[in-house]
Design a protein. Structure first.
Lengths: 317, 411
């Protein structure tokens, strides 16, 4: 893998931005941090497809666009297939010699929220990965349908209060566990899979670079803390992200070719899951005595998962 | 470089095979497709052409028809020639993306091999899928036999890719009757066909990084109306472009196409308006009735369904007295599409011919020559009486008691 060096903070802050700041995302939204870093970590030309969702509706409202690169949005579910179609056309035209700039390196990237990735676009993503298109799919995972006002998705964790899995007098909110897209994509045949978070930005840039340098389909699950629907102050996005990675609710790791698992970030001080939950309004009701069991079970699940990841890392299978 | 395919002056092809050869000769860059009866052979044959080196494109077999059209959109936005094929349920599944393809003004060619829509599940030909797509903003061409399927595919690339048009184009053919019936087809040589279709000229492509483009932006009440209005205008304004391409095609092949095809209409008193292979059956019947019963029968058939040939169909029908609009699609609680659109067109003439509606052939039910004769005889009765002598909408070829609705108040 040819990995270009990661920019340092100064270089990052002064680099030519291919994602314009004048977009309509909420103040404190992590989406733009992730997108900017993707576009900053490579000098290659980018064709970006984006599913309907917060990112799309906030960055391409006619007659404006935030994208100083090739960009396409079709529908809620099919960015992976749009990227696949573009990649197929690139291959055909390269072979036939009809590209305007045949030697320019090109990378194909698709963005989707968790609603479009875990739920409505699951089939399109799975199909594009199975067919082996040379592209990277990045899920901006904020664990709910934020664009439509905070409904549950299959990425929403157990116990979260959402508008369609509300907490109430007799309910602690969503009853089901979050779907494990990392395992699914690794099993689906993605050549490189990684979970990243914007607070660990160098780690994230390295994962992006690995994915872009890997031939074939790659999947990145990027945790995107949502100030609006997770209900924390917009200045606390990175703080909440730190709590997410340091509590190991969102462990950062990669899976190469479906079997080689590497943990890419080990917190020096692991903090309790309850500290992560306590920072967000969507979990406030879990701290009532009758719901405490959800937090306890969650901690056990996180511990078991961390154990599982470490075993997988050792086993190399 | 693709290998040349040696063709006979006359080949025996069915509609599907004819479509596959047209796609091959156009040297399509990307076909993204998903199989469904009866259109499957279009992409199977094409896949074989790719495997044998007769076309140098990417053949992407995706996991659904929705993905097929999504892949076509991504590919077409990347500056090359794109085509696919589908039918029925598959077409229904891709409807969402049909609107997006036309809204982004991407010249994709779609072979729609017409088949009924479930439920009940049915694989046979009717025009339910064609009707489902009629507001999707695509140019819609209709072929009545395999030769026309071939010819119209070649024309479809020219029309859709024309700088003044830039719209996706559907080529319809009747499931099984056209798609699976081997017929004589006179193809062009590979050189002549490609010369006619021409080299694809990319416009606003995703792969031109000197000029980044944003496809699929959002517009709300401030701009959406203007965009959709311009799209409609582009469709309406494509009429002369289509006509010019048909003229060019005639010069090359001697085969003449028109936005509206008229047969025996010069002195016709009664006319059937129909689509697909029914047009050919009606021609046989009209000639018989002229020879044997003295009924001045004619046929009018929209070759171009969208943009609807409001002008040309009115001209074609203006001088007849009674019209039977034949709809091969379940009307779903309304009058048939052809009835509504033909009625609207002739209503703006001073003669205002009488129009009645016949629903027939759903799910592949045969329409016999005898049934068509009876329809013409009814139309003749209407013409002589100067009013509708039957119910306005009648079902033809249906089992059980006669199904008919609505009476005229003209008189």
């Amino acid at each position: 893998m040819a990995i270009t060096s990661t920019k340092n903070l100064k270089e990052f802050s002064t680099a030519n931005d291919r994602f314009e700041g004048a977009h309509l995302l909420c103040p404190g939204c992590a989406h733009s941090m992730i997108v900017r870093e993707l576009m900053n970590c490579t000098d290659d030309n980018l064709v970006i497809a984006t599913n309907t969702g917060c990112l799309e509706v906030s960055t391409a409202v006619y007659p404006y666009t935030s994208w100083d690169t090739s960009w396409i949005h079709i529908g809620f579910e099919n960015a992976a297939t749009a990227a696949a179609g573009a990649e197929a056309m690139y291959k055909a035209r390269k072979r036939k010699g009809t590209l305007k700039n045949p030697d320019a390196p090109v990378k194909f990237v698709a963005f989707g929220g968790d609603g479009s990735t875990y739920d409505i676009g699951f089939q399109w993503l799975s199909g594009a990965v199975e067919r082996g298109h040379d592209f990277t799919y990045i899920c901006l995972d904020n664990e709910n349908y934020a664009n439509t006002g905070g409904q549950r998705s299959s990425s929403t964790p157990i116990g979260a209060n959402t508008t369609t899995a509300p907490a109430g007098r007799v309910s602690y909110g969503k009853k089901e566990n979050k779907k494990d897209m990392m395992a699914i994509m690794a099993a689906n045949g993605a050549h490189y899979v990684a979970q990243v978070a914007p607070n660990k930005w160098k780690n994230m840039a390295q994962a992006f670079q690995k994915a872009l340098a890997t031939e074939g389909p790659c999947y990145i699950n990027a945790i995107s803390a949502c100030t609006t629907e997770w209900k924390f102050d917009s200045k606390d996005t990175i703080h909440v992200s730190d709590l997410a990675t340091d509590s190991l609710v969102f462990p950062l790791y990669e899976i190469i070719d479906g079997h080689e698992l590497n943990i890419t970030y080990r917190p020096k001080n692991v903090i309790p899951v309850r500290d992560y939950l306590a920072a967000q309004g969507r979990f406030r009701h879990l701290f009532k005595p009758e719901n405490e069991h959800v937090i306890e079970e969650w901690q056990k699940r996180v511990d078991a998962n961390w154990e599982r990841l470490q075993r997988r890392e050792e086993a190399r299978v | 470089m693709a290998l040349k395919y040696e063709l006979q002056e006359v080949e025996v092809w069915d509609g599907n095979y004819a479509a596959s050869h047209a796609l091959r000769q156009a040297q399509v860059d990307v076909v993204a497709a998903y199989p469904i009866t009866p259109s499957t052979p279009v992409v199977e044959n094409y896949g074989q052409f790719v495997a044998d080196g007769y076309v140098d494109g990417e053949f992407v077999m995706v996991e659904s028809e929705h993905a097929a059209m999504s892949g076509c959109v991504g590919a077409a936005a990347s500056g090359g020639r794109v085509a696919t094929a589908t039918s029925s349920q598959g077409f229904a599944l891709m409807v969402e993306v049909l609107y997006q393809a036309s809204g982004m003004r991407l010249p994709i060619v779609l072979n729609l091999v017409n088949r009924a829509l479930a439920s009940p599940l049915n694989v046979r030909g009717d025009h339910s899928d064609m009707y489902l797509g009629r507001d999707a903003g695509w140019i819609m061409l209709d072929s009545f036999n395999a030769q026309e399927t071939y010819d119209l595919n070649l024309c479809a690339f020219r029309i859709g890719e024309h700088r003044d048009v830039r719209l996706p184009v559907m080529v319809n053919q009747d499931g099984f009757i056209t798609s699976h019936t081997a017929q004589n087809v006179r193809p062009l040589s590979d050189e002549d066909a490609y010369k006619f279709v021409g080299v694809y000229e990319p416009i606003d492509e995703l792969l031109d990084f000197a000029k980044p483009v944003t496809y699929g932006a959002q517009t709300e009440e401030d701009w959406h109306f203007e965009h959709k209005a311009r799209q409609h205008k582009a469709l309406i304004d494509s009429r002369p472009v289509i006509e010019n391409i048909f003229v060019e095609f005639e010069k090359l092949t001697g085969r003449k196409y028109n936005r509206v095809e008229s047969y025996m209409m010069e002195d016709a008193e009664v006319a059937i308006v129909a689509l697909g292979s029914t047009v050919e059956s009606a021609r046989v019947v009209a000639k018989y009735l002229r020879d044997n019963e003295g009924i001045k029968a004619g046929i009018v058939a929209p070759r171009v369904i969208r943009p609807f040939p409001f002008d040309a169909i009115r001209t074609a029908l203006e001088n007849c007295k009674a019209i039977g609009a034949m709809d091969r699609s379940a009307p779903g609680g309304a009058l048939g599409m052809l009835f509504n659109e033909v009625s609207a067109a002739v209503y703006t003439t001073s003669s205002r011919p009488i129009v009645t509606n016949y629903i027939y052939g759903l799910g592949g039910r045969d329409l016999t020559l005898e049934q068509i004769k009876d329809i013409y005889r009814e139309l003749k009765k209407n013409a002589d009486a100067g009013e509708i002598t039957t119910k306005i909408q009648q079902f033809v070829g249906l089992r059980g008691p006669k199904l008919e609705f609505f009476e005229t108040r003209r008189g």
